[in-house]
Ligand binder design. Structure first.
Ligand code: NAD
Length: 385
């Protein structure tokens, strides 16, 4: 199949920049796609980071330390940007104003003001496709729950719980980095870092919280820097948000949690939906399985746990008997972004990447959560602004 090659620039060549390079290098894993990303230029403030790309990604033609030089290349159509949160506003706005499509990392601005500046640039440039990175909904188990929500299988929703939990920060000797400083990660702390992943599906389903009561915790107050000095660890480690959802058709409680210190959990993303006709749960802790409990009045209440085969949004060479993992979810998200760049609304499948509006919704929730934690009250969320 002839493929449309999309010439990409990568700005920010750290952890996530490399994940994209790995997904692009594994494009042959996908079958039946008529598009392919090609990373032709990279930019990082630290030359050692771009050197990795020059050594490992043969398609790279140019490496820059100034992203504006990369944006000046008219042959580059699209950008993946994965930089610290304090840089999102300026760099995303410049990318959009340069007329390049953008898959930007969350949280899409360090705070709500920054996010609004990005939104304003998007409104001025409707010709540019902008999406926010969020890969976990591409797990086959999550895709199954999405299908059940779209098919209205749950009946009246009783409650929803969604979370994203890490645990490596339990170690007090773990060194500080930009993600634990307010100047670079933002006041949102763990919510800015992990929260878009948790809110992606609720936003997609139209489950907008009307109000939030937040409990934010700082558990480890200082950490060693790279000289071994103890320095303040400023950001919120854990957040629990009790939300009151009103969809217009039904209302229900939704508990969202983002945790940097959840003992025993390494990259655990989950969603649990309880309804009067069906309850279902998926967690990346158990990435092969989906649990569901169908119910008819008077019937047995029994959980069914089924291995979810490798059944992804985009078909791959992997057989259905194998299992799906984190790097597969990144590959699938990239396929969805490239599919949308090439086919617009006529994508091969209908689950598109998180939108800027969904990211803006997450900022409304995090900003209200900060106020709720500060005042000790429930904060109302105004979705009309
Ligand atoms: N989708 C996910 O699962 C996921 C996972 C981790 C991080 N993230 C997000 O990705 C983004 C980056 O996080 P990371 O973990 O890759 O961080 P990282 O620290 O590993 O990489 C960030 C890179 O940006 C570079 N950089 C800093 N200033 C720059 C500038 N002015 N111009 C160009 N490059 C510059 C740094 O040198 C570094 O190499 C953040 O928004 C973060 O929230 C997403």
């Amino acid at each position: 199949m002839a493929k449309k090659i999309i010439r990409f620039g990568v700005i920010g060549c750290g952890l996530m920049g490399k994940e994209f390079a790995s997904a692009a290098a594994r494009w042959l894993h996908l079958t039946n796609v008529d598009f392919e990303p090609r990373i032709v230029a990279v930019c990082d403030a630290v030359p050692a980071a771009t050197a990795w790309f020059e050594e490992n990604v043969p398609s790279v033609e140019k490496a820059y330390t100034d992203y504006k030089l990369l944006l000046a290349d008219p042959t580059i159509e699209a950008i993946y940007c994965a930089v610290p949160h304090n840089l999102h506003e300026q760099i995303y706005v410049d990318i959009i104003e340069a007329g390049k499509h953008l898959l930007g990392e969350k949280p899409f601005g360090i705070d709500q003001n920054a996010n609004q500046m990005v939104q304003a640039a998007i409104i001025k440039h409707p010709e540019v496709i902008v999406r926010c990175s969020s890969e976990f909904p591409f797990y086959p188990g999550a895709q199954q729950l999405i299908q059940w929500v779209q098919e209205n299988k749950f009946g009246k929703i009783i409650e929803v719980e969604a979370g994203f939990w890490h645990s490596s920060d339990l170690d007090p000797t773990k060194a500080i980095n930009w993600k634990r400083r307010i100047a670079t990660n933002g006041e949102y702390g763990c919510m800015g870092d992990l929260g878009m992943h948790v809110l992606h599906l609720p936003m997609r389903f139209g489950w907008k919280p009307k109000s939030v009561r937040a409990l934010l915790s700082k558990i480890v107050p200082e950490r060693p820097d790279n000289q071994g000095n103890m320095v303040p660890c400023e950001t919120w480690d854990n957040a629990i948000l009790a939300c009151d959802v009103d969809t217009g058709e039904q209302s229900f409680p939704m508990v969202l949690s983002t945790k940097r210190i959840a003992p025993g959990n390494a990259n655990t993303w989950f969603i649990k939906i309880q309804g009067t006709k069906l309850s279902a749960e998926f967690t990346t802790k158990n990435p092969k399985q989906v649990a569901s409990l169908p119910y008819t009045p008077g019937g047995v209440q029994a959980w069914h746990v089924a291995d979810a085969p490798y059944k992804s949004a985009y078909q791959t060479i992997t057989g259905g008997i194998f299992e799906f993992g984190f790097s597969d979810s990144i590959l699938q998200m990239w396929a969805a972004f490239c599919d949308e760049l090439v086919h617009g609304a006529e994508m091969q499948q209908n689950f598109h990447c998180a939108t800027p509006e969904e990211a803006a919704g997450s900022h409304l929730v995090f900003t209200a959560a900060l106020e709720s934690n500060r005042t000790g009250n429930t904060t109302q969320i105004n979705w009309r602004d």
